[in-house]
Design a protein around this ligand. Structure first.
Ligand SMILES: Nc1ncnc2c1ncn2[C@@H]1O[C@H](COP(=O)(O)OP(=O)(O)OP(=O)(O)O)[C@@H](O)[C@H]1O
Length: 525
């Protein structure tokens, strides 16, 4: 058994089963492809998108083709990576040598060729329809390749749609619910099943049995969740998947949301991430109008605050928006130091935080005075009458720590929370200690919007959201968002923001400011 080496691979030869070999030859002419290698690559790719092999007993009697026509020097690494990852993700035979790699290629080629032939026959020999079938099939499949493989669950299988539905039906039966699965969609972290309940009286049983269903599905701390379906007698059941199958929500998604969301100066639209199906999820902080972000340490609060900040300063110019940043952790907001968006320097201790909050209270009072003079009652009307006032969004990291050190800070936060909305000043408070003491009474009743990241206990979830649920979240930016009081919490998976992403946005801002200044000078000069 030789070691797996790219050089060795490129000088070796590969074959599939006798059956798949003849399918490959047949597909060459059907699909109008000039070599067997072309069909083989398509077949291997088709199989790599699927889960574990169920049929191991295949022969190796197909005719050999040289690796140099199957792979190229440039892409052989990718093929090896995909084959090895597939075996790790789906608990298949370990691929770590030339022999095991050859066997894996043979099996993928064999399975893929059979499926391609089925796809072709199902398309009645029409090439356009065949392509369409491939695209639709891809959309139905779990996004394995995009997920990260963690050691812990690298052996967890991602089930194909039929298997996944069968497993769910079995688990539903275990909790006494008879249902039909009408379809499923894989979101970035959960799979949404369309569940049909022939007897609607079973709904109650399902609702009450969610914890047991989670147990039957081996979801550990996580739990399936239920929401109304869009057809009679159907519900949507969201079942979390293992981390190895997650699709990351990265800065590219943030950029596409940005491109699709035109700016409106009088809205403070923020984008924490995507919904469970992967669509952009955003809300208007101006109408929220103040927000609490709570979650245990490492749940993704700071990352979430950065996503909110970047949403604002990517869309709104610094003449219309100012940020007041308070960061007792000292490291989170330092990246914004020196930005034109800052209302004042970033406050990093209790005494400067208190000063800043006092200044903001004074600013709020001064704004109300200006409103009276201008005959308006809020910032929106004032701005329409050309009263030049920027919105101010105050972000406070670990506000519980600050209140603990200086009780006076709580009073200023309460004053702002009670009155600052109409003045165009909004608060975003973050805490890793959501307890009744620090988020109580007046602060609580005046901060209506809430984001709960993962918490340890359901009591903490109740403090943040007024209901349980956040204790079953998946961590790493998984969140429940209540953008309006009284509304149902909506689940969102946070966009991952790296420091380099923040620096890139700040740099772009500086460049566009320079361009504005230059074009302004040209116009006036
Ligand atoms: N949306 C996300 N997607 C993927 N990973 C994330 C996401 N949000 C956070 N993480 C990961 O979790 C780690 C902790 O995130 P973050 O520092 O934002 O948590 P936190 O709740 O502020 O923690 P602490 O309270 O200890 O400061 C990050 O280093 C990052 O690796």
């Amino acid at each position: 058994m030789s070691k797996l080496s790219l050089q060795q691979i490129m000088i070796s030869r590969f074959r599939t089963s006798a059956e798949a070999d003849s399918i490959t030859v047949a597909l060459m002419s059907k699909l109008g492809l000039s070599t067997k290698a072309n069909v083989a690559r398509l077949a291997i790719g088709r199989s790599l998108a699927l889960g574990a092999f169920t049929d191991n007993g295949i022969d190796s009697k197909g005719l050999e083709i040289p690796a140099s026509v199957l792979f190229t020097q440039e892409d052989v690494k990718v093929w090896v990576g995909l084959v090895v990852t597939h075996s790790m993700t789906h608990g298949g035979d370990v691929v770590n040598s030339m022999d095991t790699f050859r066997v894996a290629v043979r099996k993928h080629w064999h399975r893929g060729a059979q499926l391609l032939l089925e796809d072709w026959d199902g398309s009645s020999g029409n090439f356009e329809k065949f392509l369409e079938t491939l695209v639709i099939r891809r959309a139905d499949l779990p996004d394995v390749a995009a997920g990260r493989v963690s050691k812990k669950d690298s052996l967890v299988k991602v089930e194909e749609p039929q298997n996944a539905s069968a497993i769910l039906l079995k688990s539903l039966a275990e909790i006494g619910v008879i249902a039909e699965i009408k379809g499923l969609i894989h979101g970035p972290r959960v799979t949404r099943y369309k569940v049909f309940l022939p007897d609607i009286n079973q709904l109650d049983k399902l609702r009450k049995g969610l914890e047991r269903l989670g147990l039957a599905l081996n979801l550990q701390q996580a739990q399936p969740t239920l929401s109304p379906g869009n057809e009679a007698k159907t519900v949507s059941l969201d079942v979390p998947r293992p981390q190895s199958t997650w699709t990351p929500v990265g800065f590219a998604q943030f950029r596409s949301w940005l491109a699709a969301t035109p700016s409106n100066g009088d809205q403070l639209i923020v984008y924490p991430g995507v919904d469970v199906l992967g669509k952009p999820y955003s809300f208007d902080l101006a109408t929220a109008p103040h927000l609490l972000v709570g979650g245990t340490t490492g749940s993704g609060k700071s990352n979430c605050l950065h996503a909110l900040i970047l949403s604002l300063l990517s869309r709104i110019p610094s003449t219309v928006l100012k940020l007041a940043l308070i960061d007792p952790k000292q490291v989170e907001f330092s990246v914004y130091q020196g930005s034109d968006y800052l209302y004042r320097e970033v406050s990093t201790d209790a005494s400067s935080a208190r000063e800043l909050l006092l200044e903001l209270v004074a600013e709020m009072e001064a704004r109300y005075h200006k409103f009276m003079t201008a005959g308006v009652s809020n910032i929106l009307e004032a701005r329409r009458k050309q009263v030049d006032l920027p919105y101010i969004v105050v972000f406070i990291e670990e506000f519980a720590d600050l209140i603990f050190v200086d009780k006076g800070i709580e009073d200023q936060i309460v004053r702002l929370a009670q009155k600052a909305r109409a003045a165009g000043i909004h608060l975003v408070l973050a805490t890793q200690r959501p307890d009744a003491k620090t988020f109580s009474g007046l602060i609580r009743s005046n901060i209506p919007a809430r984001i709960a990241l993962t918490v340890q206990k359901s009591t903490e979830s109740k403090i943040i959201l007024d209901e349980s649920g956040a204790e079953t979240l998946l961590g790493l930016g998984d969140m429940l968002v209540k953008a309006k009081p009284g509304s149902q919490p909506e689940r969102s998976h946070g966009v991952r923001i790296e420091r380099a992403d923040i620096e890139a946005v700040l740099k772009e801002n500086r460049q566009s400011d320079v361009l504005h200044t230059i074009s302004g000078r040209r116009r006036t000069g």
